[in-house]
Every structure is written in structure tokens, then in C-alpha cells.
Design a protein around this ligand. Structure first.
Ligand SMILES: CCCCCCCCC/C=C/C(=O)SCCNC(=O)CCNC(=O)[C@H](O)C(C)(C)COP(=O)(O)OP(=O)(O)OC[C@H]1O[C@@H](n2cnc3c(N)ncnc32)[C@H](O)[C@@H]1OP(=O)(O)O
Ligand SMILES: NC(=O)C1=CN([C@@H]2O[C@H](COP(=O)(O)OP(=O)(O)OC[C@H]3O[C@@H](n4cnc5c(N)ncnc54)[C@H](OP(=O)(O)O)[C@@H]3O)[C@@H](O)[C@H]2O)C=CC1
Length: 266
């Protein structure tokens, strides 16, 4: 049985969800699962081609239509356009999944300032900007759910990926600050920290280099790499009323890898 089948098909009826980076990998799977369970879903990413392919895939799998808009979350104007689109089409969003991210392996001493900026802008700034675009409406409605996709224990460092580690640690801090600030408005803010999931993004941007993470499966207590479905089940739980007294957590979904992380030497 697919783990997602445990979730009621009407679980997200009446919700409007924005999923950044929703055209591929983990974001696409989360977008599809929310659509299949009744949410109106808006996916964004930079590539129109990938967005169109994702729309077709979701329609074929769920029989329902998603909306899409090209949006580079690093660009304030793009985020403003996304906000305008969602406000005019749906009146606002009740769920934001901050999933868009950029990453590549680079020892810190060779990382250019622009390389650092590229990753921090996509991950940390993008999470801030997209959330801020929709939280005002959530506060008015006294209802909202924000889910940030992070990494496992970013505060411990991420050798070879120090830009991404710093950005994700920042996102973890935002998760906690926002959970505190907006809890009284009926808004929950949580994170999911995936272990290694061999998506296209990982294959193209991380394994194509001399990243030390390529053989992670050997270190995973549950004996396998993750799948987008593994992460999606956790997302559905955290976004659902079953998690109504959970906020400010960074839920590790990694087959137990955090117990036994590979020693990395960038
Ligand atoms: C199964 C086990 C799983 C093991 C995996 C376990 C750990 C996983 C943890 C986290 C995983 C993820 O986040 S996975 C998500 C990965 N997905 C993605 O990255 C998708 C999006 N990626 C991208 O868009 C691109 O790859 C990216 C480079 C980041 C952005 O592209 P842009 O066109 O905006 O930027 P560019 O102009 O190309 O580059 C900007 C600057 O960055 C530098 N730069 C770009 N690529 C570089 C590289 N490889 N090494 C050094 N530097 C690089 C350039 O030289 C530029 O700096 P200057 O030269 O100074 O100008
Ligand atoms: N896979 C893994 O092992 C792990 C993943 N994660 C996290 O999970 C999340 C999803 O990763 P995964 O599915 O593997 O990655 P993918 O690369 O497959 O997906 C990332 C998505 O983000 C989009 N994106 C990237 N940059 C931008 C941007 N500037 N503006 C808008 N969209 C952007 C990409 O689309 P486009 O190129 O069209 O813009 C793509 O759809 C990320 O937050 C990642 O850091 C964390 C730990 C492990």
C-alpha cells in the first residue's frame, strides 16, 4: 500500500496551497498529493517547460487541474506577480510549502560570493519572500499552515555545502520565529528535514560533482535511500488537522541516517 493512501481523499478540501519548486522532485509529489486530497494547488518554478509537464502529470494522476506560474523566488517582482495571481484567482492561500532550493557541492574556500548568494537567495530569501506574500491573508482568516523543507540538523554544519547549510539553518530559525509569532493567529509553521532522496535536482546538481554523499544508502539504518513519497507522507501529516498541536518542529524523515551520518571531508 502507498503510504499516502492512509490520508483521507477529502483531507484538504477548501484549502489553497502554494508549492514552490512544485514542478519536480519532492515538491511535485507534495503538490500532487495535496491536489488528490481536494486542495486547490498552485505550483511555481522557473522553468515553464517543467511546469507544463507537471500540470499534465498531476492532471493524469488525479483528474484535477493545478495552476502554475513561472516564478524565480529570488526575484521580488516575480514573488509580487505570484501573490497577485493567487489573490485574484483564489482570494489567498492557506498553505505555503517552501520547497524551492538550489544546491551544489563546493568546498568553502573555492566558493565564490555569487555562488553563496545564489543559494542563500533561492533558499532563505525565497522562503521569507513567498511566506510574507501570503501570511497577511492567513492572519486575517486566522487559519494557515506553512511548511519549510530544510535539511537534517543544519546547525551542525554541512561540509561542502556551507551555503546551503547556512541557508537551511536560517530557514530553521524562521520556522521557530514564525511559529512563535503567528501561533496566536491560528497559523502553524513546521519544517521537514529529508534525508537523501535521489531526485533529478540531486542527480544534476550534487552527484554530478565529487560530492561525498553518493553512497549514503550504506549509512541509513533503514537500509535504503528515501523517495519523494516518504517526504510527502510526512508533509500531509504536518499540514493536516492531525498535527493541530504541532508547530515549530523540524521533522527528520531520513530512515535514521541522523543517528549515523557519514563523515564528510570537503
Ligand atoms: C542519492 C544521494 C543524495 C545525497 C544528497 C544528500 C544531501 C542533500 C541535501 C540538499 C539537497 C538539495 O537541496 S537538492 C536541490 C538541488 N536542486 C537544485 O539545485 C535545482 C536548482 N539548481 C540550479 O538552478 C542551478 O544548479 C544553480 C547553479 C544552483 C543556479 O543556477 P543559476 O543559473 O541561477 O546560477 P549560475 O549563474 O549558473 O551560477 C551562480 C553562481 O554559482 C556558481 N556555481 C554554479 N554551479 C556551481 C558548482 N557546481 N560548483 C561551484 N560553483 C557553482 C557559478 O559559478 C556562479 O558563480 P560565479 O562563477 O561567481 O558567477
Ligand atoms: N533530495 C534530497 O536528497 C534532499 C532535498 N532537500 C530539500 O528538498 C527540497 C526539494 O528538493 P528536490 O526535490 O530534491 O530538488 P529538485 O531540484 O528536484 O527540485 C527543486 C525545485 O526547486 C525549483 N527551483 C530552484 N531554484 C528556484 C528558484 N530560484 N525559484 C523558483 N524555483 C526554484 C526547481 O525548478 P526550476 O529549476 O524550474 O526553477 C525545482 O522544481 C529542497 O528544498 C531541497 O533542499 C533536503 C535534503 C535532501
Amino acid at each position: 500500500m502507498d503510504p499516502e493512501d492512509f490520508f483521507n481523499p477529502k483531507l484538504f478540501d477548501g484549502e489553497v496551497a502554494v508549492v514552490t519548486g512544485g514542478a519536480s522532485g519532492i515538491g511535485l509529489r507534495i503538490a500532487r498529493a495535496l491536489t488528490a486530497r481536494g486542495a486547490e494547488v498552485m505550483i511555481t518554478s522557473r522553468s515553464i517547460e517543467r511546469l507544463e509537464a507537471a500540470e499534465l502529470e498531476i492532471a493524469a494522476r488525479t483528474g484535477r487541474i493545478v495552476s502554475s506560474l513561472p516564478c524565480d523566488v529570488r526575484e521580488a517582482d516575480d514573488v509580487d506577480r505570484l501573490q497577485d495571481f493567487v489573490m485574484s484567482r483564489f482570494g489567498g492561500a492557506s498553505i505555503v510549502v517552501n520547497n524551492a532550493a538550489a544546491n551544489f557541492f563546493t568546498p568553502a574556500e573555492r566558493m565564490t560570493r555569487r555562488a553563496f548568494d545564489t543559494v542563500v537567495q533561492a533558499d532563505l530569501y525565497g522562503t521569507f519572500a513567498v511566506t510574507q506574500a501570503f501570511v497577511g491573508h492567513m492572519i486575517e482568516q486566522r487559519h494557515g499552515n506553512i511548511l519549510n523543507i530544510t535539511i537534517v540538523q543544519p546547525e551542525r554544519g554541512f561540509p561542502g555545502f556551507s551555503h546551503s547549510g547556512a541557508a537551511k539553518a536560517g530557514i530553521l530559525s524562521l520556522t521557530c520565529s514564525w511559529a512563535f509569532e503567528w501561533g496566536r493567529h491560528g497559523i502553524r509553521v513546521n519544517g521537514i528535514a529529508p534525508g537523501p532522496v535521489p531526485t533529478r535536482g540531486v542527480a544534476e546538481n550534487m552527484l554530478a560533482t565529487d560530492s561525498p554523499f553518493a553512497d549514503d544508502a550504506r549509512h541509513v539504518p533503514l537500509g535504503r535511500l528515501g523517495t519523494p513519497e516518504d517526504i510527502t507522507s510526512a508533509a500531509l501529516f504536518l499540514l493536516s488537522p492531525a498535527a493541530s498541536w504541532i508547530t515549530g518542529v523540524n521533522l527528520v524523515v531520513d530512515g535514521g541516517l541522523f543517528l549515523n551520518p557519514p563523515v564528510t571531508d570537503s
